[in-house]
Design a protein around this ligand. Structure first.
Ligand code: SF4
Length: 215
């Protein structure tokens, strides 16, 4: 039996009221409907528009991964895109060593602070923070690996562009924002897994992610 309860929690605002809806599904006296499992996902998994131009693999977001998470009972908190917050949507692609400077790390901390506060509230009230889900290769959101290289300076002719590009390499470290986030979660005493997805193989990646979440 379904019963929709409407509770007024605010003052009338013009002709409108702020209404809070609590959906209770009653079955043999139980209140159901809440799994208490949450993941934190890199921003562009849900909104691919934040990526550097040229590397989006879907028009809007990674549907298979998002629906796989929801279908398997995981609520999703979307992390901020630290690169866009600092360098905008018209930024160039960058490598970790270009982002690994104090002001960028401070900006990550500021962006993540309200999220970590919300997550701490959930955690202290018995919710499971099942995983942080990042994107390998990203200088900010990499988990298993990020990217490094001798990048920087001018990129036109006569500025040794070829050798800059060819210095691109994989680095088996977190990206900068994930380093800051893992430190903040550790300091808050929150234990979780750090996983990544491969958007270029969404179906396989979604299945692999679900298997790792229940390991
Ligand atoms: S910084 Fe993270 S969220 Fe932003 S585009 Fe890169 S991988 Fe996605």
């Amino acid at each position: 039996m379904h019963e929709l309860k409407l509770k007024v929690i605010g003052q009338p605002y013009g002709a409108m009221c702020i209404i809070h809806r609590d959906l209770h599904v009653k079955k043999a006296g139980e209140v159901l409907k809440r799994n208490r499992k949450i993941v934190l996902a890199s921003h562009c998994i849900l909104n691919i528009n934040s990526k550097v131009y040229g590397i989006a693999t879907e028009p809007a977001g990674c549907g298979q991964i998002v629906s796989g998470l929801l279908d398997n009972g995981y609520g999703i908190i979307q992390l901020p895109c630290a690169e866009q917050a600092c360098f905008g949507i018209n930024r160039w692609g960058q490598v970790k060593n270009q982002l690994n400077f104090p002001a960028f790390r401070s900006r990550c901390y500021e962006l993540l602070k309200p999220i970590v506060e919300q997550v701490s509230d959930f955690y202290q009230n018995g919710y499971e923070i099942s995983a942080v889900i990042g994107l390998d290769g990203s200088p900010a959101c990499g988990i298993n690996y990020t990217c490094s290289g001798n990048w920087g300076g001018e990129i036109g002719e006569g500025y040794d562009l070829d050798s800059k590009i060819s210095s691109l390499d994989k680095l088996s470290e977190y990206g900068v924002m994930m380093e800051v986030l893992s430190q903040m979660l550790n300091e808050a005493g929150i234990v979780t897994k750090y996983l990544s997805v491969d958007e270029s193989c969404p179906e396989a990646s979604s299945q692999e992610l679900m298997a790792k979440l229940i390991e």
